[in-house]
Write a protein that binds this ligand. Structure first.
Ligand SMILES: [Zn+2]
Length: 161
C-alpha cells in the first residue's frame, strides 16, 4: 500500500478591490446577471459570466422548474450558450456569483458536482483550462486556475472506449 495525496493551490482575495481590472469587470457582470435567474423555488439566484478565448462574453443563470429535476444550473446554461454561439472556442475565465432571499451573499460558492463534470469536459474538448472566479455579491473571492482541481479522479470519455 502507498498513500498518495491530492492538493492544489487557489487564490483568496478579501474583496473585489484586490482583483485586477478584467477579473473585477467579469465578477461585476456575474453579480448583475443573477437578476435574470429564474429561481422561484430555491430563491437562490446564480449568475455565471465567462470571457472566451476570442474575447467574447457569454453568460448564464439558473433556470428552475416546478418539476425540480428539470431545472438547470447557471454554469451549464452558460456552457450551452457558449458552445452554441461560439462552437469550439475555449473559455478563459468564468465568474460565478449568486444572490439569495434567504442568506447573505457574502462568501464564495463553487459549482455543484454535475456542473464540475460538465465544466471539466468543456476544458477537455476545447483543450483550454477554465479559470474560475467564485464570489458572492460582496466579500471574499476565490480564484481557481482550472476545473481539474475541483474534480479529482474524474470520470471521462476514455473510460467508454
Ligand atoms: Zn450546478
Amino acid at each position: 500500500m502507498k498513500e498518495q495525496k491530492f492538493e492544489f493551490a487557489y487564490e483568496v482575495y478579501s474583496n473585489i478591490s484586490e482583483l485586477r481590472k478584467e477579473d473585477a469587470d467579469l465578477l461585476v457582470k456575474a453579480r448583475a446577471v443573477t437578476k435574470h435567474a429564474y429561481a422561484p423555488y430555491s430563491n437562490f439566484f446564480v449568475g455565471a459570466v465567462a470571457k472566451l478565448n476570442n474575447g467574447e462574453i457569454v453568460s448564464g443563470t439558473n433556470q428552475e422548474n416546478a418539476s425540480y429535476p428539470v431545472g438547470i444550473c447557471a454554469e451549464r446554461v452558460l456552457l450551452g450558450n457558449a458552445a452554441t454561439i461560439y462552437p469550439g472556442v475555449g473559455i478563459d475565465t468564468m465568474a460565478i456569483s449568486y444572490d439569495s432571499k434567504e442568506i447573505k451573499s457574502d462568501h464564495p460558492i463553487s459549482p455543484c458536482g454535475m456542473c464540475r463534470q460538465s465544466l471539466l469536459e468543456y476544458e477537455t474538448r476545447t483543450k483550454k483550462s477554465i479559470r474560475l472566479i467564485l464570489a458572492g455579491q460582496e466579500g471574499e473571492i476565490i480564484i481557481v486556475k482550472t476545473v481539474e482541481f475541483l474534480l479529482p479522479f474524474a470520470f471521462n470519455s476514455s473510460e467508454l472506449i
